[in-house]
Design a protein around this ligand. Structure first.
Ligand SMILES: Cc1cc2nc3c(=O)[nH]c(=O)nc-3n(C[C@H](O)[C@H](O)[C@H](O)COP(=O)(O)OP(=O)(O)OC[C@H]3O[C@@H](n4cnc5c(N)ncnc54)[C@H](O)[C@@H]3O)c2cc1C
Length: 381
């Protein structure tokens, strides 16, 4: 008798987070969006699933998962709420990665382990008013003064800033060295000289809070520089493919949500005495959505497979993120056409998908800059 094959860990993980999304997120997603507040209770509920430690080893309270598993998890969460998936991704990756890799044992005990348990909120600050895609233009400085670093400058569009307990902040330590004179610094909330602005009012991902940060002679100890001198940007490049694969997975989750809602609606809504599903122009929309979603899936998970086997995958991750985010925008756009006037009603989720997809076009690199990178990786520049 042949043995019954065991399901792969990835399949089990997908099932677990699919069920979590169906039961815990989808029923409250619209309400969270309408409240326009960081839902701390949901943040804590997600912590109980072990999500925030999925990429980290057991020694710090993690689950030792790989990039494929991480992306499956955020894809499933994004199917329910892009806001929830976005703050989960921030907590698992950008907000804690440099603290995990370059923080001290004491910082791990005090900040990283509580962040993995969902007791502290993490945030990641690169963008400045005049330096966004062009990170070489950042003006926030960190200057060593005796046993401290003194930080001055400002950041904008920082996810979680209004609610975060600690920030990983990109600063210039040596202007003359430009891209090779940058480092990440750990700054805790409540440090004198750190100011957090009022939260922004924004189009989408409304259950995340975003604001500006200002630093006025903020003093942090020497061990708060996360990484060796001048290696901030090269250390960022090391996880860039993971960030892009993750953004592709978020996009995939959102596109699937738009597809699922559209499919259901076409089978329910009747006009001219027939279900709209029976009209070929509607079928064409469904077919195109399904095909592009399948292509996004293949690109995303081929990329995570490459990352998990130690490959650089910069070109593939850029392609996956570029393609999947554009697909999410096309799928949510098609969903609004299928829903017609009802897509314009705040009582249907399609309007939220349509608003939330826009942020996928900027986070992890804009479509324009990704096309530039892909072309360069193809040897055309
Ligand atoms: C919801 C949301 C959450 C965010 N969260 C964070 C966060 O937590 N931390 C953080 O640091 N930042 C965050 N950001 C900022 C985000 O990273 C930036 O939006 C992104 O870097 C792009 O910057 P920009 O939107 O200012 O566009 P710009 O860089 O000003 O670009 C404007 C336009 O010019 C194009 N462009 C720029 N350079 C080139 C070029 N060389 N070639 C061709 N075209 C070019 C761009 O593609 C774009 O179309 C967030 C943004 C949003 C919307």
């Amino acid at each position: 008798m042949s043995a019954i094959p065991k399901p792969k860990p990835e399949e089990l993980l997908r099932k677990t987070f699919a069920r979590f999304t169906d039961e815990e997120i989808i029923p409250v997603a619209r309400e969270m969006d309408e409240e326009e507040k960081f839902p701390r209770w949901m943040f804590e509920k997600i912590a109980k699933t072990g999500a925030y430690g999925i990429r980290y080893p057991r020694s710090v309270g993690g689950a030792s998962g790989n990039t494929t598993q991480f992306c499956i998890m955020v894809e499933e969460l994004a199917r329910g709420s892009m806001s929830v998936a976005a703050f989960t991704a921030m907590q698992c990756l950008m907000g804690t990665n440099f603290l995990f890799q370059y923080g001290t044992a004491e910082q791990h005990e005090r900040l990283l382990k509580p962040a993995i348990r969902g007791e502290k909120v993490a945030s990641f600050a690169l963008t400045e008013a005049d330096a966004a895609t062009d990170l070489g233009g950042i003006k926030t400085t960190a200057i060593q003064d005796g046993e401290s670093w003194v930080i001055n400058g400002s950041k904008t569009w920082i996810t979680n800033a209004p609610v975060a307990d600690f920030f990983t902040v990109l600063c210039q330590t040596d202007k003359a060295k430009k891209l090779r004179g940058m480092n990440f610094f750990l700054i805790e909330r409540g440090t004198p000289g750190l100011y957090v602005s009022k939260k922004f009012q924004k189009l989408g991902t409304r259950a995340t809070e975003i604001s500006e940060l200002a630093f006025s002679d903020v003093r942090v100890p020497l061990e708060n520089r996360l990484g060796n001198e001048g290696q901030g940007l090269s250390n960022l490049l090391r996880i860039l493919s993971v960030i892009r694969a993750m953004t592709a997975a978020l996009s995939l989750g959102l596109a699937r949500a738009a597809f699922d809602h559209s499919k259901r609606y076409t089978l329910e809504r009747a006009q001219f005495g027939k279900k709209i599903a029976s009209y070929q122009l509607i079928q064409q929309k469904i077919a195109n959505m399904a095909t592009e979603i399948w292509a996004s899936h293949l690109m995303t998970y081929k990329t995570t497979e490459m990352i998990d086997s130690g490959e650089r995958a910069l070109k593939e991750a850029s392609m996956a993120k570029y393609f999947a985010s554009e697909v999410a925008c096309r799928a949510t756009d098609e969903a609004t056409r299928i829903f017609g006037a009802y897509s314009y009603s705040m009582e249907y989720d399609v309007q939220r998908f349509y608003r939330d997809c826009r942020f996928l076009l900027f986070g992890g690199g804009t479509s324009e800059i990704l096309q530039t990178i892909i072309s360069r990786e193809c040897g055309v520049f």
